[in-house]
Write a protein that binds this ligand. Structure first.
Ligand code: 6R9
Length: 704
């Protein structure tokens, strides 16, 4: 990427300069078949037609009763969409497709071991399994509408079956990413007050059958400490009839689902007609405090939004074979593996394992074998596949019409490899910027109508009106070359309803900063603050710079610095801990932890491993720090706050910025000498940072 020199950063405003990338135009073959080809669609979704424009999305669903109010703003910022409407999400994703597509594949599951054939699950088969499991959840587990249930499931078809069974009953599911630890799962069980946990005995990852059930025991124990008792643990088995875990079943608490299901064969459960505003699921995400936030998503607004964006932005047709490589334990998987694609009646592929197993040709073999037409993944995966097998895609005959990227900014060089090599120059790319809280895409390009620009996600999507504000709430103009905080001026149907059990945090984190009038019931006074730094080019395309809060985005997963630090503090010897992001060629960002020890303790090599292990067991492998540095003290402000941006500067070999406000400025050089010398010795000197990466590192932790 060509970059102009000279970057200036102040606390309030980041100035970023670079040469704009060239536009890429969609190929005629794509346009000829696209769902949205008439530019009149922009007019239909323009502000003058808001909020009624979203009827177009809602009309993609089957409603039991129509709504009387499209958007109710009477209690801001707790917006209500499609009020008075009733529907069932399971019915919309399964039953209604039976008449035309009964024996078409709804899901194709690809086990990681390559000698196990892909398994297609037709809409009819999905219907049967969802009904049977719903009957079990209702009659055996005693769940009823409004109850919460936690899943800790890997990438297996039992996960969408479980989700849709809950949706059928109006039970609120909360899936915890399978890679998270038992403790992280237990905290989320407790926060949502779930009394039922659904898990699996094991699953394949990198060629190994992982023992997963053991984590359920830790989760239940953790939830108990936090005051929530899990009554039943329902264990799906990776190979029905064979148990893959060493962890024993607890009598009266743990049950094998495949055994229980024999009592529910052929059972049918009427879908419960739910109000549009009923919660469909919780998805936990990290924020600025140690306690994760359970983002509560609605039934009607959410489903309408993911169906609409899947149709127009993912360009999903019923005849497509659509493969999103994300994990269903992440919002992308909920919206764009399960709910969006199935609402549209397409075929959605689920892959169990690691994209590079057993070699980096695997994704392309799967794509060729299944005839995948739409491919969806994250920059971290693209970088990894590019590094390990840059020429692999050429060996296979698959042909994508459309590809998606999501989760972090994508470097233009990586984008071009994705386009030229993976997409063979004939697939469009949509770079989709959004968050767990948002339900679906916020900024992207409408693929047949708006050209692509490497590294930019694009303008606001249909019915979304983004704006960039500076710290004082002034609009940062397009083309000014200045960055600020990206906000969405208006509510939209996919926006989460609240933070589960913490409505005050919902208001405080997302709306307080730029609310113009707290007594107003006019949505114009309540812009949504996304917590990302961004820049708007003269052409209206946004470029996202990264988080402005204390969140580190590792391979597309948001990890809270406070969570990482509290995990480090569980190590006896540790007095203080600070987590910072460090540039990582594959994962985008990795975590580095700085710790200071309790008085009188001398550094020992095994402390570093202890801290790393504490993080791994309490949060998950994904969070394992790249390095743990033991330092004599942390750089601190006079009021005692750890200055993370200074530490981040050291870790990334960038300028640490102004240290004049520190209580102990002399410590900075001492830490720098030690850490950087060690990094040089380990060959960990990063490449030169781009202006936006520099801006991100300099801004890290600036909310302090
Ligand atoms: C869907 C998802 C949200 C954060 C978000 C931003 C970053 C996501 C991006 C992107 C640049 C994109 N992010 N997509 N940054 N370009 N296309 O990722 O949700 O896990 O909640 O993360 O990820 O920083 O604020 P979530």
């Amino acid at each position: 990427m060509a970059v102009e020199k000279d970057v200036q950063v102040s606390e309030a405003q980041i100035a970023v300069h670079w040469r704009e990338e060239e536009f890429y135009h969609p190929p005629a073959t794509f346009i000829a078949q696209a769902n949205a080809t008439d530019p009149a669609i922009f007019q239909r979704f323009s502000e003058e037609h808001f909020p009624e424009c979203f009827k177009e999305y809602a009309d993609l669903l089957t409603w039991d009763a129509y709504w009387h109010t499209t958007l109710d703003t009477s209690n801001p910022p707790f917006w209500k969409w499609f009020v008075g409407g009733r529907l069932n999400a399971s019915y919309n994703c399964v039953d209604r497709h039976l008449a035309t597509s009964r024996n078409k594949a709804a899901l194709i599951w690809v086990p990681e071991p390559e000698d196990q054939d892909p398994r297609a699950i037709t809409y009819q088969e999905l219907y049967c399994r969802v009904n049977e499991f719903a009957a079990l959840l209702r009659d055996f587990a005693g769940l009823k509408t409004g109850d919460r249930i936690t899943f800790h499931l890997p990438m297996v078809p039992e996960l969408p079956v479980s989700m849709l069974a809950c949706a059928r009953l109006g039970v609120i599911h909360s899936e915890v990413f399978g890679g998270f630890s038992g403790i992280a799962c237990g905290e989320r069980i407790a926060d949502s007050a779930s009394h039922i946990l659904v898990t699996m005995d094991g699953y394949y990852r990198n060629g190994e059958l992982i023992d997963h059930k053991a984590k359920a025991d830790e989760a239940v124990a953790k939830a108990r400490v936090l005051g929530v008792e899990v009554d039943k643990v329902l264990v799906w088995r990776r190979h029905p009839g064979q148990y893959a875990s060493k962890s024993r079943l607890v009598r009266g608490r743990d049950f094998f689902v495949d055994e229980l299901l024999s009592d529910y064969r052929g059972r049918v459960v009427e879908p419960v007609s739910m109000p549009a505003e009923a919660p469909l699921f919780l998805m936990y995400t990290s924020g600025t405090t140690a306690r994760p936030k359970g983002c509560q998503h609605s039934t009607g607004g959410y489903l309408a939004y993911v169906a609409g964006t899947s149709k127009y932005y993912q360009d999903i047709h019923p005849g497509d074979t659509y493969w999103c490589l994300a994990d269903i334990g992440w919002i992308t998987g909920h919206s764009y593996i399960v709910y969006g694609p199935l609402a549209l009646g397409t075929t959605s592929v689920i892959y169990e394992g690691v994209p590079t197993y057993p070699d980096p040709g695997r994704p392309w073999r799967i794509a060729e074998r299944l005839g995948v037409t739409i491919f969806h993944t994250a920059p971290t995966t693209i970088r990894m596949l590019r590094k390990l097998g840059p020429d692999e895609p050429k060996k296979y005959r698959y042909r994508f019409k459309h590809m998606t990227t999501v989760g972090e900014p994508i470097e233009p060089e990586v984008w071009r490899w994705y386009h030229d090599i993976v997409g063979k120059g004939t697939a469009v790319i949509v770079d989709t910027w959004w968050q767990t809280e948002n339900g679906g895409f916020l900024c992207s390009t409408l693929p047949a109508l708006q050209p692509m620009k490497p590294g930019s996600c694009g303008p606001g999507v249909l019915g979304i009106y983004p704006v960039i504000y500076d710290e004082n709430g002034r609009v940062v103009e397009a083309g000014s070359g200045r960055a600020g905080n990206i906000c969405i001026r208006n509510p939209w149907p996919g926006i989460f309803q609240t933070v589960w059990g913490q409505p005050e945090r919902f208001v405080q984190i997302y709306y307080e900063k730029y609310c113009q009038n707290k007594t107003s019931t006019d949505w114009h006074d309540w812009p949504y603050f996304a917590g990302d730094g961004a820049l708007k080019a003269a052409d209206g395309y946004f470029r996202i710079l990264g988080r402005v809060d204390d969140v580190i985005n590792v391979a597309g997963h948001r990890l809270g610095t406070k969570e990482l630090e509290s995990a480090s503090l569980t190590v006896d010897e540790v007095a203080e801990a600070a987590a910072v992001p460090v540039l990582d060629e594959l994962r985008g960002r990795a975590v580095e932890i700085y710790v200071s020890l309790k008085p009188g303790l001398a550094p020992r090599a095994d402390f570093e491993e202890k801290v790393a292990r504490a993080i791994e067991t309490q949060i998950g492998k994904i969070a394992r720090p790249k390095n743990v540095w033991i330092v004599p003290d942390m750089p601190k402000t006079r009021s005692g706050k750890i200055m993370r941006r200074v530490i981040a500067g050291i870790s990334n070999f960038t300028d640490v910025g102004d240290t004049s406000t520190l209580a102990n400025p002399e410590i900075v050089d001492e830490i720098r000498r030690h850490v950087q010398a060690e990094k040089v010795a380990r060959g960990e000197v990063p490449r030169e940072l781009s202006p936006q990466e520099l801006a991100e590192i300099k801004a890290f932790g600036r909310v302090e």
